[in-house]
Design a protein around this ligand. Structure first.
Ligand code: NAD
Length: 493
């Protein structure tokens, strides 16, 4: 069994309390590695290293251009190690190798993009409205960043959070999910190889309520960046307020995929399937509410069900597998609970509706791709995030009703629209309250495109130029050039 250690101040080190927790291979259902069950003392050690690096070390003296070059080097190392890291991730969280390998091939672009951005963070000289003053703004790193991440795409979250944070000149302590920490711990070695000074990038592992919470409370952490559930996000937001930390939150969703009768039905069906059954539905952007125009509802539902029925469940390493295991045992139970709730509320199941069993599904954490029809907007299955392969279908009559239903949610992460009518595409993209709108596509992301949620789906944006602002403070500098006698001291200048 592989035994992992924290990565603090450029070294792999044991947890202070000498405790480890098992990390499970969700496909086989067996423990394959152990990760440190870190405590507040480990959090403190990592933050102290990050704080030292922020203030005293070579990092604090480095030019932005030099920082950017380190990010470029890290991008190359990530590319060179992509396949190995993808295999570790599949073992640890059960995502398809095809998906992880694709992700790993693409993630270096985030490091390159933010490496390039590092020395383009410009302040401004103000044409100030007062005589004899030279006034300018500059943008400075916010300080030590604590990053708390979810289990579904760990290395993507490392890139989305740490690339802009490091480009901005911050130092980082990241705590990945206790269900999938291995890849982030492996990644840490690449930061050393790339030449990042000790203490700039640190990884600690363990339970959210223990070491995660200690990071949120830590007085030397200036900023929390979190990806996870909205319940945990709200708790962290309140807790972080006590020490006035800056907070960004990437949370859950109940995203609508809206299908109009005038769309390309084959494209739309494939898009709907990708939105809800890819990654076994364990994505924040899952298009878990299918809103479909009543005139095509029955035929379209059957089309989606046929694609779901044909999806192959199995070993996530194999290229022919479409549906892998659910990553965690609690999540597996939660999905099955929601299926029971939907049935008891009167939704009609037309596909799946329970655990998937077969001899080649050894670990047992498989759920059948599931579709419910006759769902009404008040049902829990239409309102709450399942984070699994469970689709709720709701009919609508016209555009106005589609908009009303789509926006009738506390969430606002993403929405899909399927139509050939360009005017409708533009109207819908304005009317929908969500951070990302996809028209005639779904699940597309890019390093240059801001990503994040409205309403309960979060605060702040990741990726794209504006995301670096999440890791910067603006400082306004006033320098008097006057040699005149002192001004009246009791009035504002
Ligand atoms: P989670 O909220 O249970 O945990 C996320 C992280 O927070 C983990 O590292 C966990 O250990 C830590 N944590 C838990 N309690 C904590 C506490 N009290 N203090 C500090 N840290 C704590 O989420 P999860 O189950 O790992 O992930 C699934 C959720 O993540 C879903 O709701 C999903 O929608 C969301 N998600 C959002 C995005 C996005 O970008 N918007 C992406 C992926 C997943």
């Amino acid at each position: 069994m592989k035994i992992y250690q924290h990565y603090i101040d450029g070294q792999y080190v044991d947890p202070n309390n000498g405790q480890w927790i098992d990390s499970f291979d969700p496909y086989r259902g067996t423990a394959w590695a152990q990760i440190p069950k870190g405590c507040a003392k480990d959090a403190d050690r990592a933050v102290a290293a990050a704080d030292r690096a922020m203030r005293d070390g070579p990092w604090s003296q480095m030019t932005a251009t030099a920082r950017g070059k380190l990010l470029f080097k890290l991008a190359d190392l990530l590319a060179a190690n992509g396949r190995r890291l993808a295999e570790i991730e599949v073992r640890d969280n059960g995502k398809l190798f095809a998906e992880m390998n694709g992700q790993l091939n693409y993630l270096p672009e985030w490091w390159r993009y933010f490496g390039g951005l590092a020395d383009k963070i410009e302040g401004a000289v103000m044409p100030i409205d007062k005589p004899d003053v030279f006034a300018f703004t500059k943008h400075e790193p916010v300080g030590v960043v604590a990053a708390l991440t979810a289990w579904n795409s760990p290395l993507m979250f490392v890139a989305w959070k740490c690339a802009p944070a490091l480009a901005a000149g911050c130092t980082v302590v990241i705590k990945p999910s206790e269900f999938a920490s291995a890849s982030t711990l492996e990644f840490a070695a690449l930061t050393k190889e790339a030449g990042f000074p000790d203490g700039v990038f640190n990884v600690v592992t363990g339970l959210g309520a223990e070491i995660g919470s200690a990071l949120v409370d830590h007085p030397k952490v200036a900023k929390i960046t979190f990806t996870g559930s909205d319940a945990t996000g709200a708790r962290i937001y309140a807790q972080a307020a006590r020490t006035m930390k800056r907070v960004s939150l990437e949370l859950g969703g109940k995203s609508p995929n809206i299908v109009f009768e005038d769309c390309d039905l084959a494209q739309a069906a494939a898009g709907v399937v990708s939105g809800i059954f890819a990654a076994t539905g364990q994505t924040c952007i899952a298009g878990s509410r299918l809103l479909v125009q009543n005139s095509i509802k029955e035929a379209f539902s059957e089309k989606v069900a046929a694609l779901g029925r044909a999806a192959r469940k199995g070993d996530p390493m194999l290229p022919e597998t479409n549906i892998g295991p659910v990553t965690t045992a609690p999540q597996y139970r939660k999905i099955l609970d929601y299926i029971d709730i939907a049935k008891s509320e009167g939704a009609r199941c037309i596909l799946g509706g329970g655990p998937a069993t077969a001899p080649d599904l050894p670990g047992g954490q498989f759920v059948e791709p599931t579709i419910f029809v006759d769902v009404t907007p008040d049902m829990r299955i239409a309102r709450e995030e399942v984070f699994g392969p469970v689709l709720s279908i709701i009919g609508f009559e016209d555009e106005a009703e589609a908009i009303r239903l789509a926006n009738d949610t506390i969430y606002g992460l993403a929405a899909g629209v399927w139509t050939k009518n360009i005017g409708r595409a533009v109207r819908m993209s304005s009317a929908l309250k969500a951070g990302t709108i996809w028209v005639n596509t779904y699940r597309a992301v890019s390093f240059m495109m801001p990503f994040g949620g409205m309403k309960h789906s979060g605060i702040g944006r990741e990726s794209g130029m504006e995301s670096i602002r999440e890791y910067l403070e603006t400082k306004s500098v006033w320098i008097s050039t006057s040699e005149a006698p002192p001004a009246h001291p009791f009035v504002m200048r």
